[in-house]
Design a protein around this ligand. Structure first.
Ligand SMILES: NC(=O)C1=CN([C@@H]2O[C@H](COP(=O)(O)OP(=O)(O)OC[C@H]3O[C@@H](n4cnc5c(N)ncnc54)[C@H](O)[C@@H]3O)[C@@H](O)[C@H]2O)C=CC1
Ligand SMILES: O=C([O-])CC(=O)C(=O)O
Length: 328
């Protein structure tokens, strides 16, 4: 018997990430090749944006995706999020050259108060929320705080692009295949302060840090390359990452929904006090997932170098949180 369709809300659906994301959700890459979906698409109530959204929906129609069981255009989060099982909050302003993501809080923060409130009122009580819009961790924190009747663990922020970037850099340096690397993670904020950590990573049982054996490369090349990759893409493309961001969103939601079979991935999730990160801080952690739930990997040793990096990214997140106290 075929499965009952699930509802997937996507905001910013006519934007560049939306264009790289919707077709993959509708083709089953996110929730499985046997899972029909209904897309509930939100754009701003602006004639041009709504017209562009209609165009994207015409193209989705033209793909004749067997799993696309329905599709709706919305301009109000209260209707877009009705009964939704998944919500990908992408819609918000991207940064331009020379900006830091935190500078977007002033323009984007309020979007997540309104959308958190709407999710609180109308979404499925089991909704899985992924915030992509920048600054993603603090926007996810705002949405979570604006939705007090939903479980806090339903709100997550996207660190998966940093995770995937780190995987590619490590694979190239260690001359191994991306697919063979396990137990890599990224701690903290989706910003240049993030701490990509391959101390626990293995390839076929061998320690990646022994294969690389180059702490200067870690501190002076790897971490700045991963941390500043978003800016490098903006510099090269004139626009921020879109296809790789959409790909990371698919990876994040797929793994959350379908499980990782014990493998580590990185998700930005509200802390429960783990690793000394205060409760509710939306922080990148290593997690495993099963049965639609994630669990933070516990008991990892944090050495002095790592603690220093974790403290820096935590401080930045706490400063961002203090800056949005009026919104939550
Ligand atoms: N967390 C991550 O790893 C990454 C996050 N991003 C962020 O994702 C966001 C979207 O990026 P792009 O798609 O490239 O931008 P874009 O400008 O191409 O598209 C954004 C879309 O969101 C819509 N929008 C704005 N406010 C909205 C609201 N309140 N409700 C619904 N829709 C709304 C706009 O009309 C526009 O169509 C940006 O904030 C960007 O910085 C981008 C790459 C990676
Ligand atoms: O850098 C940006 O503004 C877009 C983004 O978050 C990324 O590519 O990591």
């Amino acid at each position: 018997m075929s499965k009952k369709p699930v509802r997937v809300a996507v905001t910013g659906a006519a934007g560049q990430i939306g264009y790289a994301l919707l077709f993959r959700i509708a083709s089953g890459e996110m929730l499985g090749k046997d899972q029909p979906v209904i897309l509930q698409l939100l754009e701003i109530p602006d004639e041009k944006a709504q017209k562009a959204l209609k165009g994207v929906m015409m193209e989705l129609d033209d793909c004749a995706f067997p799993l696309l069981a329905g599709m709706e255009a919305h301009s109000d989060p209260m209707t877009a999020f009705k009964d939704t099982d998944y919500a990908l909050l992408v819609g918000s302003r991207p940064r331009g050259p020379g900006m830091e993501r935190a500078e977007l809080l002033a323009v984007n923060g309020a979007i997540f108060t309104a959308q958190g409130k709407a999710l609180d009122k109308v979404a499925s009580r089991n909704v899985k929320v992924l915030v992509v819009g920048n600054p993603a961790n603090t926007n996810a924190y705002i949405a979570m705080k604006s939705a007090p009747s939903l479980p806090r663990e339903n709100f997550t922020a996207m660190l998966r692009l940093d995770h995937n970037r780190a995987l590619s850099q490590v694979a190239a340096k260690a001359k191994v295949a991306v697919a063979d690397i396990e137990k890599l993670t990224v701690w903290g904020n989706h910003s240049p302060t993030m701490y990509a950590d391959y101390r626990f990573a293995t390839v076929g049982g061998k320690a990646v840090k022994d294969l690389i054996n180059d702490q200067a490369w870690n501190a002076d090349v790897f971490l700045p390359t991963v941390g500043k990759r978003g800016a490098a893409i903006i510099e090269a493309r004139g626009l921020s990452s879109a296809a790789s961001a959409a790909n990371a969103a698919i990876d994040h939601m797929r793994d959350w929904a379908l499980g990782t079979n014990g493998k580590w991935v990185t998700m930005g999730v509200p802390s429960n006090g783990d690793y000394g990160i205060p409760k509710d801080v939306m922080f990148g952690f290593p997690v495993t997932t099963a049965n639609g739930k994630y669990e933070i990997v516990k008991g990892l040793e944090i050495d002095a170098f790592s603690q220093d990096r974790i403290n820096k990214t935590l401080k930045e997140l706490q400063d961002e949180q203090a800056g949005v106290a009026h919104l939550v």
